[in-house]
Design a protein around this ligand. Sequence first.
Ligand SMILES: [Zn+2]
Length: 303
Amino acid sequence: MLTVSNYHYIRNNFDAKYPSIFGVTPLKFKEQLLLLKNEGDIIKPKELLKDIDGILQSSENKFLITFDDGLKEQFDFAVPILDELDIQAIFFVNSMNHQEKKVSTVHKIHLLRSIISTSEFLEKIYNIDGFSFSNSEKDKAEATYIYDDKNSAVLKYILNFKLTFNQQEKIVKELFDIYFNEDEVLSSLYMSEYNIKELAKINCLGSHTHSHCPLGLQTSDVIKFELENSKTFLQKLTNSNIDMVSYPYGTAETCTNEVAAFAKEEGYQIGFTTKRGKNTFAENQLLLNRFDCNDLPGGKNYR
Ligand SMILES: [Zn+2]
């Protein structure tokens, strides 16, 4: 059986004015790898491609390590630890950050929320011409995000449900440009093209689509473009094959059967969601389950 552990941010220090980015420290990452190594066999991405059926059906514990979002800190902090322990991971990268030199909206939101308060963020949205948010919508927001404070619930609800992805992109861009320089963020947040080529050389590169949008909520044309363009761009850049994809957000509404079918059509062999669970028998190899690292042994939610 195969258990997949997924990571995003990895840094020594997560301090911020308004802490909004969560991840693992290099030390915690190493500790977790050692724990997993003790429980089974951490396989290489190439091994999974070669014998996915054998691995899923195996009675032994097999683990795969994955990283989403193509962040520079992954290359700087995780790769040396992986090398030291003789382990490989697969890194899923978005093509937009490199091809269009644009920061993904999801990261713009993380960065904004780390320097401005939730109420300031909301005020900026309320000030946008034509924007309205009713009391009944506020009630719905609070009911949707019961673990968040009122303002955070409303902000999350607006970003995730009230606005379309395009509207969200536009509003977030306006705010982001007030506080950040996109070129500076691009070079400090994301892997360089050189880093990406290095990962491809050892078969550790996959696609996280082009622009990190929620695929299942897009039109067929957009879904196809997101899958096809990122694959082609990364293949040309690295002169290698890109056979695996991880879908942004990875939830049921973003990874539909339609999305998986398009991924297959574009030539991907394996796809990863964020649906929790081990993989024993894949009904669909383009929709494998994956745990957040925090939910596995050594993670902060594991019990
Ligand atoms: Zn992502």
